[in-house]
Structures are given as C-alpha cells and as structure tokens.
Design a protein around this ligand. Sequence first.
Ligand SMILES: CC(C)(COP(=O)(O)OP(=O)(O)OC[C@H]1O[C@@H](n2cnc3c(N)ncnc32)[C@H](O)[C@@H]1OP(=O)(O)O)[C@@H](O)C(=O)NCCC(=O)NCCS
Length: 190
Amino acid sequence: MHDLLPDGGTIRKLWIGESDKYRDHLLRLDAASRRNRFGGGVSDDFIRNYADLTISLEAVVHGFFIDGQIRGVAELRPLGTRPERQAEAAISVEQSWQSHGVGSALLRRTLLAARNRGYRHLHMACLADNRRMQQLARKFDAELLFDFGSVVGEVESSRPNPLSVMQEVMADSHAFATAMLDLQTRLLRA
Ligand SMILES: CC(C)(COP(=O)(O)OP(=O)(O)OC[C@H]1O[C@@H](n2cnc3c(N)ncnc32)[C@H](O)[C@@H]1OP(=O)(O)O)[C@@H](O)C(=O)NCCC(=O)NCCS
C-alpha cells in the first residue's frame, strides 16, 4: 500500500509509551479542529486523560509522523461486546498538515485494520457542518456507507481476505523499518 504523503512523512501504528506524543498532537489542534474531532469543545485536561486512556485500551492507533512528531492520528476502537463487531473511528490532522492527503491515508489504513479485525460497522461521529470530513468520507464511498444527514455516520467494511491481511503486515513492516532508520538518523545527528 503506497500513500502519497508530504515529504519525510510516514504512517505507522503507535507504540506503547507514545501516549505523550499523541496527547501533544491533540493539544496542538486549533479550536475548530478540536471541536470537530471531539464533537464539541473539550478542555486540555480532558485531552490529557483521553490520550492516556486511548493508548491503554484495545485500540488500533495509526499516527502520521514527521521529524519524530505526530501530526495526524486515526483511532479505531471496538464498541460494545462481541459478536457485534462494531467499532468507532476518529481522525485528527493538525491544521498545517491538512489538505495534503494525510487524512485520506489515515482513513485508508484504518479501514484496512477494521476489515482485518472483522468489524462490519464503523461509526464515525461527525458534526453536521464538518464538510471536510464529509468530503473525505465520500472518497471512500465504495467501502463506506455514510449518512450525512445525521451526526453519526455508519460505514460498512468488507470481509478480510489473505491479501488484505498481507497488506496490513507489509504496511506495518515497512513503517517499522522506516521508523528505525529515522531513529538512527536522529541519534546520529544528536
Ligand atoms: C477531516 C480531516 C481529518 C481531513 O484530513 P486532511 O488531511 O485534510 O484530508 P485530505 O487532505 O486527505 O483531504 C481529504 C478530502 O477532503 C477534501 N478537502 C481537502 N481540503 C479541503 C478544504 N480545505 N475544504 C473542503 N474540503 C477539503 C477533499 O475532497 C479531499 O480529497 P482530495 O484531496 O482527494 O480532493 C482534517 O481536516 C481534520 O483533522 N479535521 C479536524 C478533526 C475532524 O474533523 N475529524 C473528523 C471527525 S472524527
């Protein structure tokens, strides 16, 4: 899977111990993006608790990294009890990195992860006036069912197959190699 990302940027799953970076990313969101991300205004304290909690839950969190900083995140977390197999997804991209394809790449990874985990329905809380998120969801209308008339959109992901699982494994191993090279380069520079 090859995503067109801004130069030097990469997408990978967050590792244990990276909740601080996630928290800092969420705190950097401008007021409008924060409101859209959380479906209303939330305090800095709420965000601090939220980031810690998310990393400790059974969530799949992909981050868009550039120069070691997280500038965008997509979360996928199970909803309710099995065998319902429903999940919730949420995306945030910092203002300076919006409209560069990052949201599309993060949503693509999240859909693949949802498919491979057997989630049949993905909920995305989207405020009715969030045009940008609606545009983004429309790009995936072959895979998503999104009800723009309501605050909560419901999307349907297709069943996993060996190719979809392999795509996730390949994306993870490529991202791991890139992260190791990036770390090595930054250690050598220091
Ligand atoms: C919604 C959000 C995730 C989109 O991320 P992004 O990185 O800007 O998205 P992309 O660059 O991949 O653009 C996706 C599509 O949005 C549309 N888009 C991009 N910039 C736009 C703009 N300035 N105005 C309206 N639509 C725009 C386009 O259709 C674009 O697809 P295209 O480039 O193929 O034409 C991002 O704006 C964001 O984090 N917003 C705040 C939080 C939020 O709303 N989260 C969603 C609720 S969970």
